[in-house]
Structures are given as structure tokens and as C-alpha cells.
Ligand binder design. Sequence first.
Ligand SMILES: CC(=O)N[C@H]1[C@@H](OP(=O)(O)OP(=O)(O)OC[C@H]2O[C@@H](n3ccc(=O)[nH]c3=O)[C@H](O)[C@@H]2O)O[C@H](CO)[C@@H](O)[C@@H]1O
Ligand SMILES: C=C(OP(=O)(O)O)C(=O)O
Length: 429
Amino acid sequence: MSLGHEVRYRVRGGAELRGTVFVQGAKNAVLPMIGASLMAAEGRTVLRNVPIIEDVKRAVELAEAVGAKAELHEAERTLVIDASQLTSPVLPEEIASRFRGSFLFVPALLHRLGEAVIEGVGGCNLGSRNLDFHYNGFKRMGATVTELVSDDGRGSIHVKAGQLQGGTLYLDTPSHTGTENLIMAASLAHGTTLIKNCALEPEVLDVIKFVQSMGARITGGGTGFITVEGVDRLTAVQHTVMPDRIDAGVLVMAAAITGGEISLVGASLEHLGVAADKLEQMGVEFSEEGAVLRVRRERPLRPINVITDEYPGFATDLQSPIMALSCLADGPSYIYERIFDGRFKLADELVRMGADIEVNGNRAKVNGATPLRGAEVVAHDLRTGSALVLAGLVAEGETTITNGYYLDRGHSHIAGRLNGLGADIERLA
Ligand SMILES: CC(=O)N[C@H]1[C@@H](OP(=O)(O)OP(=O)(O)OC[C@H]2O[C@@H](n3ccc(=O)[nH]c3=O)[C@H](O)[C@@H]2O)O[C@H](CO)[C@@H](O)[C@@H]1O
Ligand SMILES: C=C(OP(=O)(O)O)C(=O)O
């Protein structure tokens, strides 16, 4: 299987973006929904507004690897999943290690097959990304979790359980996928489960809505305390995936960095949380025209202070994009990354393009405004990729971004959508 490292994006800077653009369905909602759909032992699940991204393709491959039938209808952005026959508890390394969402298949495998074998969990390399809250929750529900190392030194995790039992669970911090995994585990468990310190992200609420429509009995979504009364079975249903607030945020910043004016179809200002306020402080103007969000930036960009936090705080996934934007702001911007301990690899790439950024642990100071110039740069993860596209849009000359697979992991047809607004971007494979 190709690792996709050969994918590159070439961006020629200079155009002000104008026009209308569609926001894709949410990556971080559709992945847990694909995992959850495997809990339905009969019928076919239909997911609509599915983003056509590499992570979804990996999730489809993973569903097929455990025995489900999955059809991704790209033109219709619709995924149909038949999980009536699950045949293998193994999440194979070559697929599972390529995206974070693979771990969201574990609850369904536990319920349906009594075990899950995880040969790898991928996702963006952002420093330490532990899974102890998930393991501890599964264990409290009666599962055993064992780490095995094979003769050739490859590690895998085996989670085994008979009937999971409800109980009182907690998350040390409100983990996004941790909340989703424990809700799924509790949905078909025996008895009632209370989960404390749950994540409040809009995607988590959309996943709860989906699992509720499958028949799960869940209360307290959005409060931090979730109660789940286990049921005997869940049914296959149809659901439309919410819009992707990170994709929307990147598009807003594309208008902002180029000093353009665009209309976003499918964006929710509320879902941007504190990021919307920070962008307003920088000089971005938002107006809601019914269901369409209009964005423009005419005045010079002002510098900003950003502290990433759980929702509705400033989303860590928008931290790299706003670092690129703040390079063009007149004065020092301060960024404090609180969620991940290794999410500043972008700084060196922006410096290569002419930025002036000082990094000290989890804090960065961006000394703007510095003009950016095109360069050969590297996407170290998905959002480094989006941030470098933003930088390339205003850089003088041509920017080439290698490791383009990362962008493809999370943004659907990003070159085509930005070119529709007047950008000049080529995806080279
Ligand atoms: C597929 C998906 O939805 N990915 C999102 C999800 O990742 P993900 O669900 O992996 O992120 P978490 O919310 O779990 O992680 C946040 C922090 O908690 C720590 N932690 C988490 C779990 C655990 O068992 N132990 C532990 O210590 C992590 O190391 C990290 O420092 O939320 C992140 C934070 O909003 C986003 O950046 C990702 O885009
Ligand atoms: C960190 C991200 O994703 P994942 O958790 O899938 O690696 C992201 O979307 O920026």
C-alpha cells in the first residue's frame, strides 16, 4: 500500500479569495459513526454528507477487514455499511496505524465478537497521545487489556470482554475519542453507566445523536456527565454528518490571510467557539446571511493571544492555521498549546518561508508582520498541511508542500475548493 508521502501540493501565492465554498462533513464525527455502525447486527446504515478524505477511506478498509460490507458512494458523499457479518476482531496494522479513528472500532468489536486486537493506532504525531482513559474505562466495565509483543518485536493490544457491565467511569481530562468510545461501550453494556468529565465537542454531540437514533439510551450529552442505560440491541439507521468546523475555520482563515471575501455553505459560527472571537479580534468580519456565513477581511490583521482548550475553547486543530495567519499580523502574537505537548513543528516550516517565530516548550511567540516567500516545506501532520497552504496563498512565488497525504487525510478536494475561490493550487501525486 502506498504511504502517500509522494503527494505534494504546489501553491502560487497572491490572489485574494472570493466566491462561495462548501464546508465538508466532519472527519471527527464520521469516524466514530463508522465505528458505531458496526454495533448494528442487522440491516444497513446510511451516512450522508461524508467527507471524501483518506481517513474515511481507511475506515472503510478497516470495516471491510473485520468483515463488514462498506460502499462509499463518492459523488453522493454517502456511505452504506452492512455489519451483519463481522468475522475478525483484528484491526490490522497496515490500515489501523494510519489514522486515529481506528481505535473507535474497539467497542463494536467487543460487543459483537468479545474481543478486539489492535495492531496499531495512528493519527497525527502531536507528541504523547495516550489511550489510558479508554483502557481504564473498558477495564472498569469488565474487560481485560493486554499488551503483547510478537517475536519480531511488533506490539499489539488485546481487549477482551464477555458481556460488558455498566458502572461509574471517568476521564481524567475530557478526551474527545475517549468520551465517544466509553459511550459506545456503555450503549450495549449490561446496566447503567455514568461517565464523568465528558468532552463537549459538537462532534461528540452529533455522535450521541446518531447512537441515540440507533436505539441507545443516553442522557446528559453536552453537560460533562453522561448517563447511558444499556440496551440489548442497536439498529442500523440513516444520519447526516454535521459540518466540519475545522475545515470551516481553515476556509475562514484562507479568506482572512488573503484579504478576501467568501461565503461558506455549511459553516456554523457557534461551532467555531472562541476561535470566531479571536478571528474577529484579528480583523475578520463575519455576517450570517440565513444559513450562509459570509467572511471578509479588509483592515490590516491585528496580533492575537491564543490558548488552546477543549470546546468551546480555541480548538487545538486550528492552532497551526492561526499561527500561519498571525505571521501576517502587525505585532507579536502569543500562542499557548495546552492540549498536545508536541504541536509546534509548523514553526520551522514557516520560518523557512520568512516568518519570525520563537518556540519555548508549549508556548510560541510570532513576531509579525513578516512577508512570506515561497519555499519547499513539509507537512508534519494534517493541520501543519492546512497552515502551509494558508501561508502559500500569501507567499511571494511558489510553495511546495511535501507529505501531502496528511492534507488528504482530513480535507476533501482542498485544491479544487480553494481554486474555485481564485487560488492557484495543484495537487501533484
Ligand atoms: C479522531 C479525532 O476525533 N481526533 C481529534 C481528537 O483526538 P483525541 O480524541 O485523540 O484527543 P483527546 O481529546 O483524547 O486528547 C487530548 C489530550 O488528552 C490526552 N489523553 C487522551 C486520552 C487518554 O486516554 N489519555 C490521555 O492522556 C492526550 O494525550 C492529549 O494530550 O481530539 C483532539 C483534541 O480536540 C483533536 O485534536 C483530534 O482531531
Ligand atoms: C489531530 C487530528 O486528527 P487525528 O486525531 O485524527 O490525528 C486533526 O484532525 O488535526
